[in-house]
Design a protein around this ligand. Structure first.
Ligand code: 5AD
Ligand code: SF4
Length: 436
């Protein structure tokens, strides 16, 4: 009889890709994927804890499984990811939800198969959280995002931005070997994947003494692989964004002209308190270097409001920076206090109503920039890579090289194809066009 798995993923691209690796492990164990968690023989939650609401969301959904587990006693519930890796959280989870069968940390992904087999043989919950991770180069992800493919190049983070829990739950930065990354990219392209996104918390510090080549050189080598494909990367820490990288982007047409460069704040005192290791002026300098080499490059960013001690003047600095750079889109966040981080111990936390007011003003500004950039597309022809079919809209969807989403009608399945679209309408962040 077929056994089914269901994976619920929270958080960033890194987690989405890790869920593909979990799917690979489960399929090796003989499970097949199913749409509804109710039909699953094993339900895995791949969690996130970057902000409090991500954590609460996961806890809430795991809580809702109590009833299902009562009626389906043989079902295995496994919880892994960043939430479980926080000190003491695995025990909290086990106490609160004793019906969870397997709890594993971010450094235990490669042990998951063994942990599930162990659970199948015993009644007691299996809990395994390791403190440090090794890189497993031979993973077999079951990819779910064709024609896009993610490739990890680094794991962990050494930056310790004062608000961020990632270094605590993902450990120190480790770089994969370049030959393995390049081989994985070659295999994916030969299988027909059309977009490769290199993943790391800070791709620019790739190598860091553990490998032979730098990140720009790695990009250069991947961009030389034969075939028509797009190459993207995320995330870049501004302090490590180099002129060499801007040059490599300009010289290799397969590398997309869109860079995600999180600035977080437009105020120097806040950036200092955040331990970001650059000033507003340094950041603008990096943007100027990028634009010098790649004038049409678009930028996206991450922004936090309500960091401890942020004054109205600091916040206005962020607004001015956003106006100056002109992002094509931005992820905007209200600061969330994370236990164990340096910022959580700062005493000048910002009241919720002040943060809410600031985030609304920031979102309005970002949206107006996105809308005006979208409007400039109308009448132009763009090449998009078709990624999916939007069942609600009844239209195919894909992105151009700058990362802008466009929708169009097509009689035949266009997923995985490069399609030329004449843009007829712009609506917020989305474009609509006709196939030509
Ligand atoms: N509160 C709010 N946003 C945060 N981020 C990271 N930690 C926090 C936090 N404690 C945001 C940063 C980062 C993005 C992935 O999440 O903007 O770039
Ligand atoms: Fe967190 Fe900073 Fe590392 Fe990004 S660079 S993961 S924000 S500590």
């Amino acid at each position: 009889m077929t056994k089914y798995y269901h994976i619920t993923t929270y958080g960033c691209q890194m987690n989405v890709h890790e869920s593909e690796k979990i799917a690979g492990i489960l399929s090796e164990l003989g499970y097949e994927s199913c749409e509804r968690i109710e039909d699953a023989d094993i339900a895995v939650f791949n969690t996130c804890c970057i902000r409090e609401n991500a954590e609460n969301h996961a806890f809430g959904n795991i809580g809702m499984l109590k009833k299902l587990k009562k009626s389906k006693k043989d079902m295995i519930i496994a919880v892994g990811g960043c939430l479980t890796q926080q000190i003491g959280k695995a025990d909290v989870l086990h106490e609160k939800y004793p019906y969870v069968d397997v709890i594993f940390g971010t450094h235990n992904l490669n042990d998951l198969k063994a942990l599930i087999i162990k659970k199948q043989k015993q009644k007691k919950a299996v809990i395994e959280i390791k403190d440090e991770g090794v890189i497993c180069e031979e993973e077999h992800p079951l990819r779910t995002s064709f024609p896009n493919a993610w490739i990890n190049i680094t794991y962990g983070c050494n930056n310790f931005c004062s608000y961020c829990i990632v270094p605590y739950v993902r450990g120190r930065e480790r770089s994969r070997r370049s030959e393995n990354i390049i081989r994985e990219a070659e295999e994916l392209i030969s299988k027909g994947y059309k977009e490769i996104t290199l993943l790391g918390q800070n791709v620019n510090s790739y190598a860091n003494g553990t490998d032979d080549i730098s990140f720009p050189e790695l990009l250069r080598r991947i961009a030389k692989i034969d075939g028509k494909f797009r190459l993207r990367f995320m995330t870049s820490h501004p302090k490590d964004f180099s002129e060499e990288l801007a040059k490599v982007i300009s010289e290799n047409p397969k590398i997309c002209h869109s860079v995600h460069l999180p600035v977080q704040s437009g105020s120097n005192p806040v950036l200092k308190a955040m331990n970001r290791k650059y000033t507003v002026e340094d950041y603008i300098g990096k943007v100027e270097i990028l634009k010098k080499y790649v004038p049409d490059c678009t930028l996206t960013t991450d922004l936090i409001v309500g960091f401890p001690g942020e004054t109205e003047e600091d916040f206005l600095g962020t607004m001015r920076l956003v106006e100056r750079v002109g992002y094509s889109s931005a992820f905007t966040f209200v600061y969330s206090k994370r236990e164990g981080t340096v910022a959580a111990r700062m005493d000048n936390q910002i009241p919720e109503d002040v943060s809410k007011d600031r985030i609304m003003r920031l979102i309005a500004l970002v949206n107006s920039q996105t809308r005006s950039q979208s409007a400039q597309y109308v009448g132009k022809t763009v090449e998009i890579l078709c990624e999916d079919f939007d069942t609600k809209k009844g239209l195919y969807q894909g992105r151009d090289g700058y990362g802008r989403m466009a929708y169009f009608a097509s009689d035949k399945n266009a997923i995985g194809e490069f399609v030329n679209l004449k843009i007829t309408e712009a609506n917020g962040i989305s474009l609509y066009g006709e196939r030509i």
